[in-house]
Write a protein that binds this ligand. Structure first.
Ligand code: ADP
Ligand code: MG
Length: 392
């Protein structure tokens, strides 16, 4: 059963009647621009065709009820109880439900409404975005719920406001310290295009990718290795970036250019310098990727993807042998380019491949994993696709 039908079935089981509307929002993949977001820099994600679906109907008792295929037990609260549930820490509801309930809470605040201004709702959720594979199932559930409530409650918020509400929900209701890249990609994505995001101004530009016409596909190679933010690597990288910016007297590494790197080297220790060099060169690579896509087309970005990977492996030191193996094997088998994507210490790599080499590249990566004694990777294609929308 597809996820849209699963959500519809779930809604019917929950309420005994049909939903009034159906909304969905996609997961995302970051094409390039890693660990640049919290340095006020640039990222270039795209929405994918894997989506989370929300089937929704109104109720007249001022309550909100959410259910997901993740959990057979629905969660129900009065809308005027949301302010007592959030910000996070006091929530007495299952964690998954803090995403949709947190969205309801954040949207009321963003639109200046109170619980008395809006109708109660039932929301049934199902998804084909895999969780924890670096595809942002969290932005997808936030985007689907936010789009639905914006319409049902007639809030009139634009897509950027809905993306920001997603971040508020995730930061304050769920309690996860994330940026706004994932939500922007999920809300603003377009077919065969990426979203260039300036993480300081939050300005966005739709950048056509031209993958379809060039016969290119993006493979995700999920290593299955789970990363834990709590292991300290992530915090150490952020601290090094802050040290580097302070040493150079700038608000964020975004304010440095490649030409400034010799001065950074003179003013900081070797580790700090290499962390800074990754971020500064990665920002430049995002800008170069946007320009290259415009001027030369998608086949020309392979070198930039590879340089991004090398920088994360050698300077930022967030890769792992599985990710290096995936990238090396994909490129040896003829991929146009490849890099690890996401925060690092596990997760997935992406490879840009000719459609007719997809099988060959996948087999080569699987063979390389087997030879190295790694658990078999999960390999699948993602297609740059449209962002959040009303489906019915
Ligand atoms: P990801 O990298 O996939 O975004 P996160 O940890 O940020 O990983 O978000 C995953 C969490 O989001 C899940 O553990 C769950 O709490 C919530 N979630 C995502 N999709 C759904 C869904 N379809 N139903 C219920 N909860 C979901
Ligand atoms: Mg997430």
């Amino acid at each position: 059963m597809d996820a849209a039908t699963a959500a519809r079935t779930l809604f019917f089981e929950l309420t005994g009647h049909s939903p009034e509307g159906h909304w969905s929002a996609p997961g995302r993949v970051n094409l390039i621009g890693e660990h640049t977001d919290y340095n006020d820099g640039f990222v270039l994600p795209f929405a994918i065709e894997h989506r989370t679906h929300a089937q929704v109907g109104r109720r007249d008792d001022g309550r909100i009820r959410v259910v997901s295929t993740f959990d057979p037990i629905p969660v129900e609260v009065a809308l005027d109880e949301l302010d007592a549930l959030f910000p996070a820490g006091r929530a007495s509801v299952p964690e998954w439900s803090t995403y949709p309930l947190g969205i309801a809470w954040a949207l009321l605040a963003a639109s200046g409404r109170t619980a008395a201004d809006v109708t109660g709702v039932d929301i049934a959720i199902a998804s084909d975005v895999p969780v924890g594979a670096g595809l942002s199932s969290s932005a997808a559930i936030e985007g689907a719920t936010a789009s639905a409530l914006n319409d049902v409650w007639e809030l009139g918020l634009d897509r950027v406001a809905l993306a920001k509400a997603g971040r508020v929900a995730e930061n304050e209701a769920v309690g996860a310290p994330t940026g706004v890249m994932d939500q922007m990609a999920s809300m603003l994505g377009e077919t065969d295009a990426a979203i260039f995001l300036d993480c300081r101004s939050l300005d966005t530009t739709v950048v056509p990718l031209g993958f379809a016409e060039a016969g290119l596909e993006v493979l995700v190679i999920d290593t299955g290795v789970k990363h834990a933010h709590s292991t300290g690597g992530y915090g150490e990288r952020r601290a090094a970036c802050e040290r580097g910016a302070a040493a150079m007297g700038v608000p964020a590494l975004r304010d440095l250019q490649v030409d400034d790197l010799p001065e950074v080297q003179a003013k900081t220790d070797d580790v700090t310098f290499r962390r800074v060099r990754h971020v500064v060169t990665e920002d430049q690579r995002v800008l170069d990727t946007v320009r290259t896509l415009r001027e030369q087309g998608p086949r020309a970005i392979g070198e930039l993807l590879l340089a991004s990977h090398a920088s994360m492996r050698d300077d930022f030191e967030i890769s792992i042998p599985e990710l290096d193996t995936a990238v090396d094997a994909a490129v040896s088998a003829g991929a146009v380019g490849a890099r690890m994507t996401g925060g690092g210490f596990g997760g997935a790599a992406i490879a840009l491949v000719d459609r007719d080499r997809r099988v060959e590249v996948s087999l080569a990566v699987e063979r390389a994993f087997a030879d190295a004694g790694f658990a078999a990777p999960h390999i699948f294609t993602v297609v740059p696709s449209a962002g959040a929308r009303r489906d019915g």
